[in-house]
Ligand binder design. Structure first.
Ligand SMILES: [Zn+2]
Length: 241
C-alpha cells in the first residue's frame, strides 16, 4: 500500500511540475493615447502596486497643456512605467488619409520620438493593430502597411496587441467583465494564439483609471492574475525579439 501511495505521489508531483513549466506566460499591460483624463491616477497606482506597464504616448496630448506635461514627467520618473511611441497627432483620428501619405505618417512618428525623447524604438501605430518584429509581420487592414514597413526599415519595432479591453466612451466603464478578460488571457496563454507564444499583449485605455482604484475592474483583473505565479507582468522592451 505504501509503495502504491508513494508511486502516486511521484506521478502527481511529476504532472504538477510539468504543467508549471509549460504554463509560464508573460502579460503586457499596455495603455494607448496617454496622457489623457485618467492618467493622473496611473502613476500613483502603479507606484503603489509595483506592476510593470507600458504606455504608448501621443505627443500632441503631452504639449496640449501643463497638466498633461506633468503626467508625462511623472511617467519618466516612475521605474514601473515605460514610455513608447504612438505618433504625434494620432492621425487626427483620420487614419485612411494619414496612412495614404506614407512619408507624412512616418515623419509624424519620428517627430514624436524626438519631441518626447523616447529611449526605445518601439511604436504602436494609431488606429492599427500591426506588427513588425524580427522579420515577422501581421496586419489588421491593408491601409498602413507601407508605413509599418518603412518604420521597420528604420529600425523600429512595430507592436500591436493580442486582446483589447474595450470601454464605453460615455463613462469609461469596461465592456468585457473582469471574468471574461481573465478567461481571455488564460485562453490566449494556453492556446498559443498570440503573435508570440506564451506572451499576451493587452490593450487597455487610460479611462479605466477613472474609478477609485480599490473598486476598479483593472485592479480586480490584476489581482486575479497575480494570484497565479505562472503569470508575469512585463514591459514591451522585454518582449521576445
Ligand atoms: Zn491610439
Amino acid at each position: 500500500m505504501k509503495k502504491i501511495l508513494s508511486f502516486l505521489v511521484i506521478i502527481l508531483l511529476g504532472i504538477s511540475s510539468q504543467s508549471d513549466a509549460q504554463s509560464k506566460c508573460y502579460v503586457y499591460l499596455t495603455f494607448d493615447d496617454s496622457p489623457l483624463n485618467g492618467s493622473e491616477n496611473i502613476n500613483d497606482i502603479i507606484l503603489k502596486e509595483k506592476i510593470k506597464i507600458s504606455v504608448f504616448m501621443v505627443g500632441e496630448h503631452v504639449i496640449k497643456d501643463k497638466q498633461m506635461d506633468t503626467y508625462a514627467k511623472y511617467y519618466e520618473e516612475d521605474p514601473y512605467i515605460d514610455e513608447y511611441n504612438h505618433s504625434f497627432t494620432h492621425a487626427n483620428n483620420h487614419y485612411e488619409a494619414f496612412y495614404n501619405d506614407v512619408q507624412k505618417s512616418v515623419k509624424d512618428i519620428l517627430y514624436n520620438q524626438s519631441l518626447l525623447k523616447l529611449p526605445y524604438k518601439i511604436v504602436r501605430l494609431p488606429g492599427r493593430n500591426m506588427w513588425r518584429l524580427n522579420g515577422k509581420s501581421k496586419n489588421d487592414v491593408s491601409n498602413g502597411i507601407q508605413t509599418a514597413d518603412q518604420l521597420a526599415k528604420l529600425g523600429y519595432k512595430v507592436m500591436g496587441w493580442d486582446v483589447e479591453w474595450q470601454h464605453r466612451d460615455s463613462d469609461g466603464t469596461p465592456i468585457q467583465s473582469v471574468d471574461e478578460m481573465y478567461k481571455a488571457v488564460q485562453n490566449l496563454c494556453n492556446s498559443g494564439n498570440t503573435f508570440t507564444k506564451n506572451n499576451v499583449v493587452m490593450l487597455i485605455h487610460d479611462e479605466m483609471f477613472q474609478k477609485p482604484w480599490e473598486e476598479s475592474e483593472l485592479k480586480q483583473l490584476i489581482d486575479l492574475l497575480r494570484a497565479k505565479p505562472n503569470y508575469v507582468f512585463e514591459q514591451m522592451k522585454f518582449y521576445p525579439q
